[in-house]
Structure formats: structure tokens, C-alpha cells
Write a protein that binds this ligand. Structure first.
Ligand code: ADP
Length: 247
């Protein structure tokens, strides 16, 4: 029995160690790519004595974009490490979900820039016991993904209701959809279905990992339904004990 326990401990240690190595390799890779672009342009700008204005502008734009990408990644990494720290207690209050949704609609409209139709449905005034900042960030991540993975002309539905004693937040899109085999892995850090599409739209690959941690802290669950070419539905379910009835 003792022996079995030790060998199981070693396997789980090895697994955790492999995950840690994977994570470091991913972070390094994600940082190296923008750094390579920036140093390339810097080298060009300092080596050549006469560079036309158009080229200078092009280099500056590219460097600014890559610096923003690194900044976004570092911010997501810090958020993730804060959420993973179990000593960090949840800052709880009664959170008005309807008000978060109205704020997110405005944000979604600006992110979409008129390329999508955005619908908002609020069927309940019930609130949630939790952290406003964290819930806003989790909902916001799902809304921005819906926009980023839905081509122009698509529709985004944001919805809040209470059903069978559960609080349900939905984001539905008419976007590209996700193949079933990817769905269970989407909340893993840096897991992406399509790397280039994610990066092009400013993704760090950490959004859904952050969402998962926030939901765990609220005993909430994430359900994903999707059909390739038709669209996706991301649903967050809050347990009854988190609901604060306003009826
Ligand atoms: P990213 O920054 O790459 O968007 P996320 O963790 O937010 O990272 O999402 C992980 C992956 O899940 C994305 O790269 C994308 O492949 C897929 N995904 C997330 N939301 C959607 C969606 N609404 N429609 C299609 N694919 C999605």
C-alpha cells in the first residue's frame, strides 16, 4: 500500500512538473515573438541612415502593436496568478448583474465597431453574491470572444435569467463555432483552436483559463455548446446559494 502511494505521488509530481515546464515554454514563446519583431525594427532603424517617412511610420506602428500584445499578455498572467493564489479571498458583495450587462453591451458595441448586431436580454433582477470586478471580467471575456470569433454581419446575444433556482448568464454568437474535440480543453492555459486567428484579434490564449478560475471561486460552472459554421453558446450557471432574490 505504501509503495502504491509513493508511486502515485511521483506520477502526480511528474505531471505537475510537466505542466509547469509547458507553461514556462508557452510564456517564453509568446513573449519571444513580439520581442523579435520589435528588435528587428529597432535594428533596421538604427542601422540605416536614411529611412523614408512611410517606412518609419510602418515600423512604429508594428512596434506599438507588438508592445501592446506583450502588455496584454503580462496583464493576463498577473491576473491568473492572483486568481490561482488561494490565499486571495473573494471580495464579496451583492452584485447587480443587470448593470454589468448594460456596461458590457456598450463595450461590445465599441469593440464590434458596428460589424455585429448585439442583443441584450435581462429577464431577472436577481443579484449574485460575489466579486463585481471578477464577474465583470469573466462575462466580458466571453462577450469579447463572441465578437472576435464571429465574422462581420453576425449576431451576439447576451442574456441573464434565473431558471430552476439557478442564475444563468448566456453569450450566444453566430460565429465560426468550435469542433467538439476542442471543447473540453478550451479552459487550459494557452489552448487555442486556431493560433493565428486568436493572435490576429489580440488574444493571449489565457481568457478562458481566467474565466474558469473566477467561476471556481464562485462555485459556478461553464457550459459550452457549439456547432461548426453555426455558432457557439457559452453559459455560466450560478448555484442557488449565490443568488440574492430581488423579486
Ligand atoms: P484567446 O485569447 O485565444 O481567444 P481564450 O482562452 O479566450 O483565448 O479562448 C481559447 C480558444 O477558444 C480561442 O483561441 C478560440 O479558439 C476558442 N474560442 C473561444 N471563444 C470562442 C467563440 N465564441 N467562438 C469560437 N471559438 C472560440
Amino acid at each position: 500500500k505504501q509503495k502504491l502511494l509513493i508511486s502515485r505521488d511521483i506520477t502526480s509530481y511528474e505531471r505537475i512538473d510537466a505542466m509547469r515546464r509547458d507553461f514556462i515554454a508557452n510564456v517564453s514563446h509568446e513573449l519571444r515573438t513580439p520581442l523579435t519583431v520589435i528588435s528587428g525594427y529597432l535594428e533596421m532603424l538604427s542601422a540605416e541612415s536614411e529611412i523614408d517617412l512611410e517606412m518609419q511610420r510602418h515600423a512604429l506602428t508594428a512596434m506599438t502593436e507588438q508592445a501592446a500584445r506583450m502588455q496584454h499578455l503580462v496583464e493576463d498572467l498577473l491576473t491568473l496568478s492572483r486568481l490561482e493564489n488561494t490565499l486571495n479571498k473573494l471580495n464579496e458583495s451583492s452584485v447587480d448583474i443587470a448593470s454589468i450587462l448594460r456596461e458590457l453591451r456598450t463595450e461590445a458595441e465599441s469593440l464590434s465597431g458596428g460589424r455585429h448586431t448585439i442583443h441584450l436580454g435581462i429577464d431577472s433582477e436577481d443579484q449574485i453574491l460575489g466579486s463585481r470586478e471578477e464577474l465583470r471580467s469573466a462575462f466580458g471575456n466571453l462577450v469579447s470572444n463572441a465578437i472576435r470569433y464571429t465574422p462581420e454581419g453576425g449576431e451576439i446575444n447576451i442574456h441573464w435569467e434565473v431558471k430552476d433556482g439557478k442564475g444563468m448568464f448566456y453569450v450566444r454568437d453566430t460565429g465560426m463555432g468550435i469542433e467538439p474535440e476542442h471543447i473540453p480543453r478550451l479552459t487550459e492555459r494557452f489552448y487555442r483552436v486556431d493560433n493565428s486567428r486568436s493572435r490576429q484579434t489580440g488574444g493571449t490564449g489565457l481568457g478562458l483559463a481566467i474565466v474558469k478560475h473566477i467561476l471556481n471561486r464562485h462555485q459556478a460552472r461553464l457550459k459550452i455548446n457549439s456547432e461548426v459554421g453555426k455558432g457557439s453558446e457559452f453559459c455560466i450557471q450560478f448555484p442557488e446559494k449565490r443568488l440574492i432574490s430581488k423579486q
